[in-house]
Design a protein around this ligand. Structure first.
Ligand SMILES: NC(=O)c1ccc[n+]([C@@H]2O[C@H](COP(=O)([O-])OP(=O)(O)OC[C@H]3O[C@@H](n4cnc5c(N)ncnc54)[C@H](O)[C@@H]3O)[C@@H](O)[C@H]2O)c1
Length: 277
C-alpha cells in the first residue's frame, strides 16, 4: 500500500533534479503524476522512470513563466487522471546573476516570473480542483537562500524569500478548505542547476558540497523527494504554512556560504539548466 495511492500530482520542473526524483518517488508510492517542464527529452525520461516504478505518469510541456501553461498542466491532470490532490511548484533557474547595480529590470522581472509568480499561479489554479476533492497539498521549492542573506544570487534569494512568505499567507487563507500549503528550503543539492554555475561542473560541485554543511555529504535530489513525500502524504495532515529546511545543518550552523565566491560571477542571465547560457 503506497502512501499516495489514488492521489494525483502535478510537479513542475520534473524533467531534472529534485522534481524528477520526486516524480519517481511519488509514482512508486501510488500517485499518478503530471511531469510539467520545458525540457521535453528530460520530461519523457522521467515519465519512463515513473512507469518503471509501476506508476502512472504523463509529460505535459509547460513553461511556468506563462500563466496559461500552468493552468493547462493542472487541467491535464484532471482530464487525464480525474482529479488533483498534490501540486508541487518546483521549476527553477538561477536567473539574474551579478552585482546588484548591474541587474536589469527585465532580468529582475523574469527571475521573479519563473521563481515566484509561477508559484502564485500554481496555488491559484489548484484551489478549485482541490476544493472539489475536499482538500489537498501544495508544496513549493523555496531555498535556504530565501532565509539567509548570502546563500545564493541576490534576485534568486529575494524571490525564494517571497515563496516562503507566500506559503505562509496562502496556508492561512486556504486552511478552511483543508488545502495545506508548505515549502521546502533545500541546501546545496547536487543537480544541474548548481553544476551550471560552479566552475568545474559536477565534480567540483560534489567536492564543495562534501564539506559545506555539518552533515558532510552532498545533498541529493532524493533527500528533497523524501520531504516532498512527507508533505504530500496524510502523515502531514496537520502540517501547513511551514518552510521545511533540508540542508544537512547548513542554516543551523549560521555561517555564510563558504564558497560564496561561486555566485560572484559577471552580470548575466542564467536560464533552465538544460539550455546553454
Ligand atoms: N540545487 C540546489 O542546490 C537548490 C537549492 C535550493 C533550491 N533549489 C531549487 O530547487 C528547484 C529545483 O531545481 P534543481 O536544483 O532540481 O535544478 P534542475 O535544473 O535540475 O531542475 C529544474 C527544472 O526546472 C525546469 N525549468 C526551468 N525553467 C522552467 C520554466 N520556465 N518552465 C518549466 N520548467 C522550467 C528545468 O527544465 C529543470 O528540469 C528550483 O526551484 C531551485 O531554485 C535548488
Amino acid at each position: 500500500m503506497g502512501k499516495l495511492n489514488n492521489k494525483v500530482a502535478v510537479i513542475t520542473g520534473a524533467a531534472s533534479g529534485m522534481g524528477r526524483a520526486t516524480a519517481i518517488r511519488f509514482a512508486g508510492e501510488g500517485a499518478a503524476v503530471v511531469v510539467a517542464d520545458l525540457n521535453e527529452q528530460g520530461g519523457h525520461a522521467t515519465v519512463r522512470d515513473c512507469k518503471e516504478q509501476g506508476g502512472r505518469a504523463i509529460f505535459h510541456k509547460t513553461d511556468v513563466e506563462k500563466e496559461a501553461e500552468i493552468r493547462a498542466a493542472i487541467g491535464r491532470a484532471v482530464s487525464e487522471f480525474g482529479r488533483l490532490d498534490i501540486m508541487y511548484n518546483n521549476a527553477g533557474i538561477a536567473g539574474a546573476l551579478g552585482p546588484l547595480e548591474e541587474i536589469s529590470a527585465e532580468n529582475w522581472d523574469r527571475t521573479f516570473a519563473v521563481l515566484l509568480r509561477s508559484v502564485f499561479f500554481g496555488i491559484k489554479y489548484s484551489i478549485p480542483e482541490m476544493r472539489k476533492v475536499g482538500g489537498g497539498s501544495i508544496i513549493s521549492t523555496a531555498s535556504i537562500a530565501g532565509i539567509l542573506g548570502q546563500a545564493g544570487p541576490l534576485v534568486y534569494s529575494v524571490a525564494k524569500a517571497g515563496v516562503i512568505h507566500l506559503t505562509k499567507c496562502a496556508a492561512v487563507e486556504l486552511a478552511k478548505d483543508r488545502i495545506r500549503v508548505n515549502c521546502i528550503c533545500p541546501g546545496g543539492i547536487n543537480t544541474p542547476l548548481l553544476h551550471k554555475h560552479i566552475p568545474g561542473g559536477e565534480a567540483t560541485t560534489l567536492q564543495l558540497l562534501q564539506t559545506t554543511q555539518p552533515l558532510a555529504r552532498p545533498g541529493t535530489p532524493e533527500d528533497i523527494a523524501g520531504m516532498a513525500l512527507y508533505l504530500a502524504s496524510d502523515d502531514a495532515e496537520w502540517v501547513t504554512g511551514t518552510a521545511m529546511v533540508v540542508d544537512g545543518g547548513f542554516v543551523a550552523r549560521g555561517n555564510a556560504f563558504a564558497q560564496q565566491s561561486a555566485f560572484q560571477v559577471p552580470s548575466k542571465w542564467s536560464g533552465p539548466s538544460f539550455e546553454k547560457d
